[in-house]
Design a protein around this ligand. Structure first.
Ligand SMILES: Cc1cc2nc3c(=O)[nH]c(=O)nc-3n(C[C@H](O)[C@H](O)[C@H](O)COP(=O)(O)OP(=O)(O)OC[C@H]3O[C@@H](n4cnc5c(N)ncnc54)[C@H](O)[C@@H]3O)c2cc1C
Length: 492
């Protein structure tokens, strides 16, 4: 889906793209204006000619329309449930190409959607009748020194780990190999290393973005942009074309412990979930745990990358004693261990969404028996809770980011998967029934990267008290609301 084009494919596309070199003339670029005057001017004037004589070639961007051979492949995302049909796909190779694509959207009076890894749960990276900016060819990794690295937006997690791990470096990021770094980091991003080093977005040190005026913004000159892109940046203000990260030493090894509990009934489920919350309330920062109910089988995954794993095992003796099956894997090579979680590459039919961030079991205890009954009543439904907490709750990170949910150490996710389009309706109905239970129980904080189109008050659910400030930044950077989808930040 996002693979780099072969040289042959690239040349074919180049041949298809319109006119080779294209020039946009610009009148009155007002280069001498101060930054503030420019910002004010950009807010008041939507004329696309604001970019000074933008010269670009088909090595910067290629515009494809519905009859082009590669159009379908380039527009589609990971979720087969959606079949959004943009008017134009802009396949971008450079930041200048992205600027040209923004200008093209203005000329054609089209909204813009932005796609990096294409893994948005609700296909927010491919709106119908839009101009879709496909960044799949912008996936370079550029090390500035031993610790700092600049990633282009469509670097996939498996490409990042493959490059970083031989250098013995990591960033805290997700586990699915084909998720794009831009979509992950701009909405938060968590994984095995987050309790130690924070969210993916907390490790961002600089952003470059092409805004809704087609201008290049650098967060070194605009720190609010970095604040906004740490948790509030998905497709709202423009196109992020560079992400600079600080990295951390990779641990030498990684241990995982898989516990299985079969043929659950509601009483056993309640006993186990209480034991899991109790155990994870005091988890070391190097550890992570997931509680996964799939049918009547519960899997608890615990990972740990600090040595002394035998001693670590005694910390979850209660959960072990209750388990039907226990499978530890000690001190694995990190690269091999991470690969086990890369998951499927091919698109599939699914509906996944956040089912709330929790402070502890007390937030959901009353409704858990009903959640259990509904989840097991439909094969293919999965209810999962993951541990956050640790350094994610660092006050410095909170101050410097739009991600608002630091004080919630648990993130839950409802998932459902099916094989044929015709099965979708019954899954979506069951999904809604379960989400309604959480809603009725007063669960309202949700993770932006696990969106649900049906969340009421999604603005505060995702962004809490930070939504107003995000709206102001939106008004400044994208005054014409070019970057628009169902749950994009609106102008103030
Ligand atoms: C199988 C699977 C596993 C996952 N695992 C994890 C996990 O372990 N941890 C976790 O935190 N999340 C996880 N997620 C959620 C994931 O973080 C989000 O789906 C993320 O937004 C995907 O990013 P993307 O670039 O692949 O997707 P896209 O669909 O390309 O983009 C997602 C959103 O970001 C915007 N966007 C993309 N690129 C840019 C850009 N360059 N500039 C501005 N906006 C942009 C898009 O417009 C869209 O709104 C998982 C998702 C899936 C499907």
């Amino acid at each position: 889906m996002n693979k780099k084009l072969s040289k042959r494919e690239f040349l074919k596309l180049a041949g298809m793209s319109s006119l080779g070199l294209i020039f946009w003339q610009c009148y009155d670029a007002k280069k001498e204006e101060t930054k503030n005057e420019v910002a004010e001017d950009l807010e008041n004037n939507s004329n696309p000619a604001h970019i000074e004589k933008l010269e670009f070639s088909d090595q910067d961007v290629q515009f494809l329309t519905r009859n082009d051979e590669k159009f379908d492949e380039l527009r589609k995302g990971f979720n087969k449930r959606f079949d959004n049909l943009p008017k134009i796909v802009a396949l971008c190779f450079t930041t200048k190409g992205v600027q040209a694509a923004v200008q093209k959207a203005k000329e054609e009076k089209l909204k813009i959607s932005v796609k990096s890894g294409g893994h948005s749960f609700e296909a927010f990276s491919s709106s119908s009748d839009s101009l879709l900016i496909n960044l799949s060819q912008m996936n370079q990794i550029n090390w500035l020194d031993d610790e700092k690295v600049v990633l282009q937006p469509a670097c996939l997690l498996q490409e990042i780990y493959a490059d970083f791990l031989p250098k013995k470096r990591i960033i805290p990021a997700g586990s699915c190999g084909t998720v794009g770094i831009a979509g992950l980091a701009l909405g938060g991003g968590y994984g095995f290393f987050s309790r130690k080093y924070g969210l993916t977005c907390d490790n961002l040190t600089r952003i470059q973005l092409v805004d809704g005026n087609g201008e290049i913004q650098n967060s070194d000159e605009n720190p609010e942009l970095l604040w906004a892109c740490r948790g509030g940046g998905n497709g709202n203000f423009g196109v992020v074309t560079e992400l600079e990260f600080k990295t951390h030493p990779a641990p030498d090894s990684f241990s995982s412990y898989r516990l299985k509990y079969r043929n659950l009934n509601v009483d056993r489920f309640m006993e186990l979930i209480r034991a899991w919350f109790s155990y994870t309330s005091d988890l070391r920062k190097e550890a992570f745990s997931a509680f996964v109910l799939n049918g009547k089988t519960l899997t608890v995954l615990i990972t740990n990358y600090q040595k002394n794993s035998r001693e670590f095992e005694s910390s979850f003796a209660e959960l072990r004693n209750l388990a039907d099956e226990y499978k530890p894997t000690y001190n694995q090579n990190l690269a091999a261990a991470l690969k086990r979680y890369y998951g499927r590459r091919e698109p599939l039919y699914f509906k996944n969404a956040s089912a709330g961030l929790y402070k502890g079991i007390q937030d959901i205890e009353e409704i858990l028996p009903q959640v259990f009954e509904k989840v097991i009543s439909k094969s293919g439904m999965i209810y999962q809770i993951n541990t956050l907490g640790g350094e994610i709750n660092n006050l410095e990170f909170e101050k410097n980011s739009a991600y608002p949910h630091r004080s919630f150490p648990y993130l839950s996710e409802l998932q459902s998967y099916w094989d044929n389009a015709s099965q979708g309706k019954s899954f979506l109905e069951k999904f809604e029934e379960i989400q309604q239970l959480f809603h009725n129980a007063g669960i309202s904080a949700q993770y932006r990267n696990y969106p649900d189109i049906n969340f009421p008050n999604w603005e505060t659910a995702y962004f809490g008290k930070n939504y107003g400030k995000l709206q102001q930044i939106k008004s400044q950077l994208d005054p014409e609301d070019l970057f628009h989808f169902e749950q994009s930040v609106r102008k103030s």
